[in-house]
Design a protein around this ligand. Sequence first.
Ligand SMILES: [Zn+2]
Length: 142
Amino acid sequence: MTTESYGPFGCVVAAPRGVQPPRRHTTRDDQFRDRLVDWLTFMVPMFIAELRNASDEELERARTDALEQIASHGDDLQYGGKHQASSRTALAKAFAILARADGGVTALGVHACLRPHEGCPGLTWGPRTTPSDHTKSRERTP
Ligand SMILES: [Zn+2]
């Protein structure tokens, strides 16, 4: 494990999709999946920040609550119902907890982690430059 960190919100990105055939028409499942990815990439960083300084006991309680909520109301999560909001929130919290593991978590089209690691999609998304990168490139220019 490295001591580097992505900061208080971690790294939460849409996981790259494998090679998939082009969609002929969008189904309800496709729409659900796309909206869930958008929602998770927005909410998981908030819960990563919220749980950042949580004790082991607080993490265990959050893990147990999320597990119970998802297991009891997973159908509401996917198809709607009176527990949809609470079950989606529980799912985002579960991602925030799992993001603490080495290598983070990749599921349901989302990757979340707290530290850079080999194969992290957050490292390969577009050019990542820092001020020191610009300084180095200028130093090399004659
Ligand atoms: Zn990662």
